[in-house]
Design a protein around this ligand. Structure first.
Ligand SMILES: [Cu+2]
Length: 332
């Protein structure tokens, strides 16, 4: 399903391409030229400050390394864009485009009459649906043995230690077993998950860590008795953490199309293996619930979903201080 990418169309600028070698249905190697694109691009400002007394300014430009590929899955295109930034941050954006699944409705049908779909053209409607992705992150933050903590930001209790009633603090909960690590996002408390190495500290004595910042993302809306829920149970949680096993690769198991349900993450995590200070894999489910717009027809402008992994005490200070300054006229 992976596309061959074309210079000046899919990717701009100075590009390095990688071919993909895949097996065809007879098990023979099949080369797909230019399947992966790598390039660098400007990404606005990295950091800036203007001194309010002297009006002296320092500014540095952000750049990112982009590694991308695009897949045509039936009517849809999915672009996977990994970004690597100068401050050590990593981001995945999935770009959704292509043609939404249409269905015919009577030419005089109204929006009220067609139920769980949007009328996108006379006689044409597009059903509500979800795109839920699960990434397998084989984490190794400064070594193979890592732990995961859930971090919520919550208000302090009222009392003498909170005299203005405006204090808040981080509530850090280390997830110690696979069952404890089945988690949902919670934007109201800025929930993130910190993947840290308990055995390695930075110069400040803190365990080195990267934090997973989810986007505002749904989980599966289909009910537990549905076929899709049983086969894609991974999509009912935003986070899973498992003990590393080389055979545990696909979140829905090896054969989702033939599955009777329960394979993949729910089966592996049923063993409730310990996940604290050991070789772990972090799985993150994210995506979009797509209530199709008339503007998505007849071809859909890109909609973006994804997540970020940013250093949290992995470095001792801002790691991008040595970025060369832009031309002289940008700072005084
Ligand atoms: Cu969609």
């Amino acid at each position: 399903m992976v596309n061959s990418l074309t210079l000046g169309c899919d990717c701009f600028g100075v590009i390095h391409y990688f071919d993909a070698v895949l097996a065809n249905e007879n098990g023979e190697p099949n080369v797909i030229p230019n399947a992966i694109c790598m390039h660098e691009e400007d990404y606005s400002i990295l950091w800036k400050h203007q001194d309010l007394h002297s009006f002296r300014t320092e500014v540095r430009r952000q750049r990112r390394l982009v590694v991308s590929s695009i897949y045509t899955v039936g009517n849809y295109e999915y672009g996977f864009y990994w970004y690597f930034y100068l401050d050590g941050s990593i981001q995945l954006e999935v770009k959704l485009t292509g043609i939404v699944q249409p269905m015919g409705v009577p030419p005089d049908a109204t929006q009220a009459e067609i139920g769980n779909a949007t009328l996108v053209a006379p006689g044409v409607a597009a059903p509500h649906h979800q795109h839920l992705f699960c990434v397998r992150l084989d984490m190794a933050v400064d070594g193979p043995h890592n732990s995961v903590a859930e971090v919520d930001v919550v208000p302090d209790e009222p009392g003498p230690d909170n005299p203005e009633s405006n204090g808040f603090h981080t509530k850090v909960t280390v997830l110690r077993s696979e069952q404890e690590a089945k988690r949902l996002i919670n934007p109201a408390v800025s929930r993130s998950w910190r993947i840290f190495n308990p055995s390695v500290t930075n110069a400040l004595g803190q365990p080195v860590a990267y934090k997973l910042i989810p986007s505002s993302t749904p989980t599966m809306l289909a009910r537990p008795e549905s076929s899709v829920y049983k086969r894609a149970t991974f999509a009912t949680q935003n986070l899973w953490v498992t003990a590393y096993d080389r055979d545990e690769i696909h979140a829905a198991g090896r054969y989702p199309n033939q599955s009777q349900g329960g394979d993949g993450l729910p089966a592996w995590s049923a063993g409730n293996r310990p996940i604290d200070n050991t070789d772990i894999v972090v799985w993150h489910t994210f995506g979009v619930t797509h209530i199709v717009r008339p503007e998505d027809w007849p071809v859909m402008p890109v909609e973006v979903t994804g997540f970020s992994l940013v250093p949290f005490g992995f470095f001792d200070r801002n790691p991008a201080l040595d970025v060369p300054p832009p031309p002289r006229h940008c700072h005084t």
